[in-house]
Ligand binder design. Sequence first.
Ligand SMILES: NC(=O)c1ccc[n+]([C@@H]2O[C@H](COP(=O)([O-])OP(=O)(O)OC[C@H]3O[C@@H](n4cnc5c(N)ncnc54)[C@H](OP(=O)(O)O)[C@@H]3O)[C@@H](O)[C@H]2O)c1
Length: 259
Amino acid sequence: MPRPKRILLTGADGLVGRAVRARARSLGIDLVAPARGELDVTDARARELVLDRERPDAVLFCAAFTAVDRCAGDARSIAVNVEAPAAWAARVETWWLSSNFVFHTPGPHSPGDPPAPEGVYARQKAAGEAGVRAVGGHVVRVGWVWGAAGRTFASGLAARLRRGETVGAISDVVVQPTWSEDLAEALLEFPRGVSHLIGSGEATWYDFARAVAERVGTGAVVPVLQDALALTDPRPRDGRLQPATLAPWWERVEVAASL
Ligand SMILES: NC(=O)c1ccc[n+]([C@@H]2O[C@H](COP(=O)([O-])OP(=O)(O)OC[C@H]3O[C@@H](n4cnc5c(N)ncnc54)[C@H](OP(=O)(O)O)[C@@H]3O)[C@@H](O)[C@H]2O)c1
C-alpha cells in the first residue's frame, strides 16, 4: 500500500513522536506535528478544528498517558489511552500505538493472539486497541523503545554512566530493546491491521546496560529484580512480540552509548 500523502502526528514531543518527526523530515514526508500545547487529543473541538484545517489523509497517533503507575489514580489516562484513539480513528484513518504490555502471559506473542492484560495501563491499551479496531483503525504494538528523548530507562542510561553513577538494571525480565529511530522508519511504512514493530534481539535491561557501560567506560551496572522496584501497576515478565523485524539491540549499542 502506498504511504498516506499528508500525515498528522499526535504526541509529537514524546519519545516516539520526536523520532517520527526527524525521520519524516529526512524522507521528505508531508507531516503536520502540532505541539502538546497546541493540540489536546482528548478535546473533540480541537480535534475537529485541526482535521478541518490540516485535512490529513492519515493520523499517526503517538500521544499517550505513559506514566504506567499513575494510570490507576488519574482519570485523564482513560481519556487519552482509551477514548481519544477510538474517537480519532472514527474520523480519519488512524495508526495507533499500543504496547506489548497487553500480553501478561509468556511470549513471544503474535499479532493475532488475543490480548491478556493484567495491569491498569495494560487494560487501557487493550481497550484502546479494541476501540480503534472497531472503527477500522490500525494498531501497532511496540515495546521497550529507547532513544534520545523520553523518560524510559535506556534514554538516560549513558549520561548517568558518564557521570560515574552506579545504575540498577532489571535482570529478570526479557526485553527486545528497540531504537526509536528504527521504529520511526518502520512506522512510516504504515503497516495495516494489527502489527508488531520491535527489535529482533532479546536481552535483559541488565545485559543491555552492561554493554552500554563497556562502551562508555565509566560508571557501573548492578542487577535489580523487578519486584524490588516500587512499581504498583503489574508489568509482564515476558512481553516478547513476534515477528521481531527491527535491528537487534547489539547493532545499536554505539548509539545508546553516545546519547
Ligand atoms: N516507549 C516505550 O517503550 C513504549 C512501549 C510500549 C508502547 N509504547 C507506546 O508508544 C506510544 C508513544 O510512546 P512514547 O514512548 O513516545 O511516550 P511519551 O514519550 O510519554 O510521549 C507521549 C506524548 O503524548 C503526549 N500527551 C499526553 N497526553 C496528551 C494529550 N491529552 N494530548 C496530546 N498529547 C498528549 C505527552 O505529553 P506530556 O508528557 O506533556 O503529557 C507526550 O509528549 C504510546 O502509545 C505508548 O503507549 C511505548
